[in-house]
Design a protein around this ligand. Structure first.
Ligand code: 9GP
Length: 825
């Protein structure tokens, strides 16, 4: 128990917390205090890491009063709280963001320089918590930022992975994964709370027992447990005095080691249980698109949702709270299928622990959950074998069976006599093995189901869950993704932010639609010139970074053409590669004079899941092409390719503001939304893209003239699919043939044809994502890009209009949509 038992009458015992003065003096004093008392060193003896930690703790102090105050206010107000359950949060570095939120950037700069410290070196010391794979995890981070900025009560729940997404390095052009030990030098942004730890059960069996009221109830007799220990992180709103909480769970053993075994000398055995338990939060599952039926993954999922529900129900709500009113106080947003096991867990809590009857518990549960689907790839919708689920969570499996039984009765009532339909809609799949379809479970229980862009939501209704949408048309809705303008414009692109603020004021930071006010300036020559200077400055900043970080040279007078995202066949990095090779081929074959090429620097950033063989072959090939192209004097100054390793949020913040051209070239119908596409548009890059995901909405908003559309539409893709023969395109298109032949010849791999075979064979004989079918249209669009780029004024006009018209893609707007359409909070 904490709090009121404090035996003191000192006025500070219950606040207010004293915040250091927001002046350079106040900052310096706090910083030196943190160095001395926190790190235990004098400034003169301190290392960069000491200084970074002290700086971070100093900034923390400026947030503390607001954090405590927000918590107290939330407890008092008893408002509906959004519990955002997400297995991933790709937070990015915290220092810069928190300085921005507290408006202390300039004070901190001056304070550090008064101490003789270059603040840039301290910023660089921070290792970003890479607790996510890609868009899904970054979206969660944007959402919690927006909710704090909008003062919406929200707790983000997730896992504190000891090792986040691997660090990517290249050896001999191949991806090599290195563990990401982001905690090794200390993590100043987290607050461990061992007193709030939660016991989580696994395994065992269920049995029926008679309770004290004479009722027969089910009891789970688990056979092993782990402890979940929460770490709290601050989520500050933008200069609004609000600080929400992100609560990430770390797994610990119930007993650190067995003293008796230890004393007998078997040290490994003595800590076996500890190692086993702690494995649960050891590593982020390095996959974002295909589930691997791995037991550890299911353990992770159950572990964090069990901790989170327990935390909310037993530790956050008042002790006498009437759980029949739970839906008034809690809405649980399920971020993809990873946390869906929370549904039977809440049923278990209500029925087995709190004594509710089934129907009432089910009614409460249904009103508490909503589900967001983030994919269209059927293989990315998780299913768990009944065997595994029953072994790990026997009681949950029973609950799922009963939910399904009652649901199928409902289906039979709604559509009598259609047993095929019943089988199709069952939460339990029978083939290829008996398994639980988590997306179906989420749809049955969720009050709402949403996709993440208009097209995606429509395809979700029509193709992924058509039977469910027929049964419950009102359950389905769309919320188009968004990104936080604080991190991705204000922090990442200070030059642009200053220009925009000088022109239209700073209201856009929390009301991004106001960027519209920039539209008239697109026709103002001096504004366009200033805009170009911003871009140039950002390119120089990027070049300086990549020179030091990766030893790469980024030419300054060329179009910066950027494709950054996870490596996946559906995203079609190979299509981009074919484009590069075709440009190179044009010159080396003498078809085009080098001077006639638009100077272009292509930058890739992409990690491949460690087990995704073909994706890793594509990375190898991109690197091999980059090596050859960059070394060939025939294209020098005209075409270059850079592939900095380990693309992450920190690099994105430097890369995106520098980009001229944004590559969003997935096969139509495969990218649920994309959020990189939004970041680029808001930073004044023009998009070359297919009609896929949120590209559709970006194009509609910025206008056809300011977007380079190419490729098949989703219905065209579906029409072409039966009998699709990629080699036909190779035979019929001389330019494609020449491009592929050059790649296949081993020209880029020191004559080694074998090294390119996996990618080439796949393209020619499978090409599941139809890169060859879209190749011609892509090249034509790239020619339109070049023609547009040749006119700097027209190009910057379009770029400015992209910025001005993309305000819709703020995650603040996404949050408003969730509030209106789903949470009613
Ligand atoms: O692939 C989608 C991406 O298109 C979307 O922008 C992101 C956030 O909604 O989620 C990604 N999905 C996953 O990572 C796995 O479902």
């Amino acid at each position: 128990r904490i709090g009121p038992t404090f035996r003191t009458s000192h006025p500070l015992a219950s606040g207010p917390v004293v915040q250091p003065a927001p002046t350079v003096d106040g900052f310096v004093e706090t910083f030196l205090g943190e160095l001395n008392y926190g790190q235990g060193v004098l400034l003169s003896q301190s290392t960069v890491n000491d200084q970074y930690l002290a700086l971070a703790r100093t900034v923390r102090r400026y947030l503390m009063a607001d954090w405590l105050e927000t918590g107290a206010r939330r407890r008092q107000a008893q408002q509906k709280t959004v519990a955002y359950l997400s297995a991933e949060y790709l937070l990015g570095r915290q220092l810069g963001n928190n300085l921005l939120a507290t408006n202390l950037q300039d004070v901190a700069d001056a304070a550090m320089s008064r101490c003789g410290i270059d603040i840039a070196s301290l910023r660089a010391q921070e290792v970003e918590p890479g607790l996510g794979n890609g868009g899904l995890g970054r979206l969660a981070a944007c959402f919690v930022d927006s909710l704090a900025t909008m003062d919406v009560p929200c707790i983000g729940y997730g896992i504190r992975y000891e090792y986040g997404i691997f660090r990517q390095t290249f050896e001999g052009d191949r991806q090599v994964e290195v563990p990401d030990s982001w905690l090794s030098l200390g993590s100043p942004w987290e607050f461990p709370h061992p007193e709030r730890q939660v016991l989580v059960h696994f395994g065992g069996r269920t049995e029926e027992v008679t309770d004290e009221n004479g009722r027969v109830v089910c009891r789970w007799v688990p056979d092993w447990n782990v402890v979940g220990m929460p770490y709290h992180y601050m989520v500050p709103g933008h200069r609004n005095g609000v600080v929400n909480t992100l609560r990430l769970w770390s797994a610990k053993a119930t007993q650190a080691f067995d003293l008796q075994i230890f004393n007998s000398g078997d040290y490994a055995e003595a800590v076996r249980a500890q190692t086993f338990a702690e494995n649960i939060s050891k590593v982020l599952y390095p996959e974002d698109s295909t589930p691997q039926g791995k037991e550890l993954r299911l353990q992770q999922q159950y572990f964090f949702v069990a901790c989170s529900l327990h935390d909310f129900i037993d530790n956050t709500l008042p002790h006498d709270f009437d759980l029949r009113r739970l839906p008034e106080r809690l809405v649980v947003q399920l971020n993809d299928t990873h946390p869906v096991i929370a549904i039977p867990e809440l049923m278990r809590i209500l029925v087995d622990r709190k004594g509710f009857d089934w129907d009432e518990a089910w009614d409460i549960t249904k009103r508490c959950f909503a589900y967001t689907c983030h994919t269209l790839l059927p293989e990315a919708l998780e299913v768990w074998s009944v065997e595994l689920l029953g072994r790990l969570l026997p009681r949950h499996l029973e609950i799922i069976y009963r939910i399904n039984e009652e649901f199928l009765e409902e289906v039979r009532e709604a559509f009598p006599g259609d047993e095929m339909l019943v089988r199709r809609m069952s939460v339990i799949a029978e083939h290829p093995e008996r398994s639980v379809r988590m997306a179906y479970l989420a749809t049955v229980a969720g009050s709402k189901v949403n996709g993440v862009a208009e097209l995606h939501s429509q395809l979700l209704r029509d193709k992924v869950l058509p039977d469910f949408s027929r049964m419950w048309p009102d359950k389905f809705t769309n919320v188009t993704n968004g990104i936080t303008p604080r991190r991705f414009v204000l922090l990442a692109n200070r030059r642009l932010s200053d220009l925009v603020t000088d022109t239209i004021g700073d209201g856009w930071v929390t009301d991004l639609d106001r960027l519209r006010e920039l539209e008239p300036y697109a026709d103002d020559a001096s504004f366009r010139a200033a805009f170009r200077e911003v871009k140039q400055g950002n390119k120089e900043r990027l070049a300086a970074l990549l020179r030091v970080r990766d030893g790469l040279e980024i030419p300054q007078d060329s179009m910066l053409d950027v494709m950054v995202k996870r490596l996946h066949e559906y995203k079609r990095q190979t299509l981009k590669l074919l484009h590069i090779v075709s440009l190179y081929d044009d010159v080396v074959s003498g078809r085009v004079a080098a001077e006639d090429l638009t100077p272009r620097t292509v930058v890739f950033g992409a990690k491949a899941a460690p087990g995704y063989h073909l994706a890793k072959e594509i990375i190898f090939l991109v690197n091999a092409v980059a090596d050859t192209v960059n070394a060939d004097p025939r294209v020098a100054g005209r075409l270059s390719v850079a592939f900095p390793a380990n693309y992450n949020v920190t690099l994105a913040e430097k890369l995106i503001p520098a980009a001229d051209l944004s590559e969003q070239i997935s096969l139509a119908g495969k990218e649920a939304s994309g959020t990189g596409n939004m970041k680029f548009a808001l930073n004044g890059a023009l998009t070359i893209g297919t009609d896929d995901g949120a590209n559709v909405e970006i194009r509609r908003l910025v206008g056809d003239d300011h977007f380079f559309l190419f490729g098949m539409t989703e219905p065209e893709v579906e029409r072409l699919r039966p009998g699709y023969t990629p080699s036909m395109y190779y035979e019929e298109d001389a330019r494609l043939r020449s491009t592929i032949d050059l790649l296949a010849s081993g020209h880029f791999t020191g004559g080694d044809r074998q090294a390119v075979a996996p990618v080439i064979d796949n393209l020619l004989h499978q090409d599941a994502f139809m890169a060859l079918a879209d190749f011609r249209s892509y090249l034509d669009a790239q020619e339109r890009v070049e023609a547009a780029y040749a006119d700097p004024d027209a190009w910057s006009r379009s770029a400015i209009l992209n910025v001005a018209r993309s305000g819709f893609f703020s995650s603040d707007r996404s949050m408003r949509d969730y509030l209106d359409r789903i949470w009613h909070a």
